[in-house]
Design a protein around this ligand. Structure first.
Ligand code: SF4
Ligand code: SF4
Length: 73
């Protein structure tokens, strides 16, 4: 069970950070990797904006690259 709530508010905040990220997989409908888990088509690491994300702070997560590594547990 992940720590981060899967809801629309968190998904909207997520896309402000994930979408401009160079590592963003860009798969239609995917977001909130820290809650939902890794992307179905992860890219190689080219930077990660999760460190500046309010969702991450709110739930006490401090990892990076959730789209590659999976959800914050
Ligand atoms: S921590 Fe990363 S994956 Fe999670 S909501 Fe923020 S930008 Fe998205
Ligand atoms: S989880 Fe991190 S690396 Fe992946 S798209 Fe979001 S900000 Fe970029």
């Amino acid at each position: 069970m992940g720590k981060v709530e899967d809801n629309e508010g968190n998904a909207a905040i997520c896309l402000q950070n994930c979408k401009p990220c160079l590592t963003y997989p860009g798969v239609e409908g995917e977001a909130l990797f820290c809650a939902r888990g890794k992307s179905s088509a992860p890219k190689s690491k080219k930077g990660c904006n999760c460190g500046i994300c309010d969702v991450q702070k709110k739930y006490g997560c401090d990892d990076l690259y959730y789209c590659i590594n999976g959800a914050c547990e």
